[in-house]
Design a protein around this ligand. Structure first.
Ligand SMILES: Cc1cc2nc3c(=O)[nH]c(=O)nc-3n(C[C@H](O)[C@H](O)[C@H](O)COP(=O)(O)OP(=O)(O)OC[C@H]3O[C@@H](n4cnc5c(N)ncnc54)[C@H](O)[C@@H]3O)c2cc1C
Length: 530
């Protein structure tokens, strides 16, 4: 008989009822397995108790993929965050509970790094990053985490499955058998539709990566970005890259928003590693909340700003590239260049202050991630930003826009006044309209955060019925009993019926409510466990 590993204490369950997003679902139980034996026993206990399983790392995902009504499986202590760096081969074998910050610290002495760097690096686990196909500012040059994963082990309903790039998956594994018999024929049948319906964007974390499977025929690509719906990742092999020796930064201050696309197009040919954007809406919040993240007078009258990093190993080559980008951008913007680390820090302070400034708003408005992750094809960014603005104006909701301009990908935080009883209707109007707009512009509702529960109901409109049938076939092959994260990626439930605040928010003990509110204010996700 297995030990009782499922904790049903309400105080602890309440702490796992939210991630970093807008939803709240109280789980029936929580568990924190520390090794593979405990993990398997816990999965067995959940099956015996007829509970679904939601794997969870640090809980920083915003799309509701890390919360669920069954068992929340806290993997933040799994395998002691193990990390084994092979400097010669430039790779690391890691536990899924390792945070990106810990991997950075282990790789840095060897002059190595993992380039896709979410700004949640201090807390985000490798398991969570791989499961959401996470990305970040440097993804402009280095892509999302997908191509950096060489191998992984997934604990499935049929036991462990090891997948490695360039190797055939083990044919005797039941998942691999079902994949060959049930999924491959469906994917072949709908091949043209998949190619047509996957958006031509630089980043996409919405749904299973069927487009990548068609391109490379690697099963590992389907698991990357699968948001805990196919099993539990228990081990990862991560490719590492040499750290660049030189970093320099450029800031372009734009007076008018219609200079945005020309400025992006002027900078991009010079191969920046990052190209980030802070819209006038964001700078307005910074000014009003008097966040002293940057006292630079140039920003006071700015419409919006672009920040670009140029990196490499040869200082004169990097500096020449940045100077050429500056000259090309000068007709559209005022330019500042930073060569020294302290100057670079000063230019970037305003970008790094984005999330803390929004989380700490104390003027009756609440920063909510409702349509926070849209990504559109290059050239459509300005149209998308204008569509977001129009939707928010029409619904009477303030908005803040910032993010990864070089990838056509911006984060949109709504700032409803939650003292006004109509705020849930207002954000629902924005959700409907902006989700339609991003798809109409040829984009995806998620560039890097995932579909989760928040965007699962949008995938039908994004991909169409045939591609959603392919999604169902994938889920059935890996998880025929629907054990892992049902309702995530494939689901129709209205996410706005499960908001974490407002009249319909599920009741939790007052101290847990306060604990979660404090977590949101301080963004201290490292303590999001018991
Ligand atoms: C302030 C802030 C900034 C952020 N910036 C970025 C950014 O720049 N780029 C970006 O991409 N994201 C960003 N995010 C979102 C988030 O940090 C990432 O999605 C991150 O990768 C999630 O990691 P996690 O450990 O918190 O995973 P969780 O939130 O716990 O889980 C995320 C998903 O992964 C699944 N999962 C977790 N571990 C496993 C496992 N071992 N096996 C199977 N499934 C698993 C869960 O079921 C869930 O669906 C940000 C979030 C915050 C709060």
């Amino acid at each position: 008989m297995t030990p009782e590993l499922l904790d049903r204490d309400m105080a602890r369950r309440a702490r796992y009822s939210q991630g970093a997003g807008i939803m709240r679902i109280i789980p029936a139980a929580v568990a924190r397995p520390r090794d593979i034996g405990m993990l398997r026993a816990t999965i067995g206990d959940a099956r015996n108790a007829s509970l679904s399983i939601t794997p969870r790392g640090a809980g920083t995902a915003m799309d509701g993929g890390n919360i669920g009504p069954g068992l929340v499986l806290d993997l933040s202590s799994f395998d002691s965050g193990g990390c084994d760096v092979d400097a010669i081969a430039r790779r690391a074998i890691v536990s899924p509970s390792l945070t990106l910050a810990e991997l950075r610290a282990a790789a840095a002495p060897h002059g190595l790094r993992l380039p896709p760097e979410p700004s949640s690096a201090a807390w985000a686990t490798l398991g969570g990053m791989v499961s959401t196909n996470a990305a970040g500012a440097a993804s402009l040059r280095h892509g999302s985490i997908r191509p950096w994963i060489e191998a992984l082990t997934l604990e499935t309903v049929d036991g462990p499955l090891h997948l490695a790039r360039g190797e055939s998956p083990p044919g005797t594994h039941p998942v691999v058998g079902r994949w060959a018999q049930q999924v491959v024929p469906v994917l072949e049948q709908h091949r043209d539709e998949i190619r047509r319906r996957y958006p031509a964007v630089r980043k996409n974390s919405a749904g299973y990566a069927l487009d990548h499977w068609l391109a490379h025929r690697e099963l590992i690509d389907v698991v990357i970005g699968s948001e805990g719906t196919l099993g539990v990742i228990t081990r990862l092999t991560v490719r590492l890259d040499a750290q660049p020796a030189v970093r320099m930064s450029l800031r372009a201050v734009l007076d008018r928003r219609d200079h945005l696309e020309p400025a992006i197009e002027a900078i991009r040919p010079y191969d920046p590693e990052t190209l980030e954007f802070l819209d006038e809406s964001f700078l307005g919040v910074i000014r009003r909340t008097q966040q002293s993240v940057d006292t630079d007078a140039a920003l006071l009258g700015a419409g919006s700003i672009l920040l670009a990093d140029f990196t490499g190993d040869d200082a004169s080559e990097v500096s020449a590239r940045m100077a050429a980008a500056a000259a090309a951008t000068a007709p559209h913007a005022r330019i500042d260049l930073a060569l020294r680390p302290d100057e670079i820090e000063r230019l970037w302070a305003v970008r790094h202050g984005a999330s803390p400034a929004l989380a700490a708003l104390e003027d009756g408005r609440r920063s909510l991630q409702v349509v926070e992750d849209g990504c559109v094809p290059p050239g459509a960014l300005q149209a998308y930003i204008e569509a977001v603005d129009a939707a928010c104006r029409s619904a009477g909701v303030d908005v803040v826009i910032f993010g990864h301009a070089g990838d056509g990908h911006v984060h949109v935080n709504l700032l409803p006044r939650t003292g006004d009883p109509s705020w849930p209707d207002r954000i629902a109007a924005v959700y409907r309209r902006v989700s339609g707009d991003v798809i109409a512009l040829g984009g995806t509702p998620s560039g890097e955060h995932g579909a989760g529960r928040l965007r699962a109901p949008l995938l039908g409109a994004l991909y169409g019925e045939a591609v959603m049938q392919c999604h169902a076939a994938v889920k059935d092959a890996f998880d025929p009993i629907g054990l892992f994260n049902p309702g995530v990626i494939i689901g129709r439930a209205d996410p706005l019926a499960s908001l974490k605040l407002g009249p319909n928010a599920p009741a939790i003990p007052a101290d847990a409510d306060e604990w979660l509110a404090d977590l949101e204010r301080t963004a201290d996700w490292g303590r999001c466990r018991w």
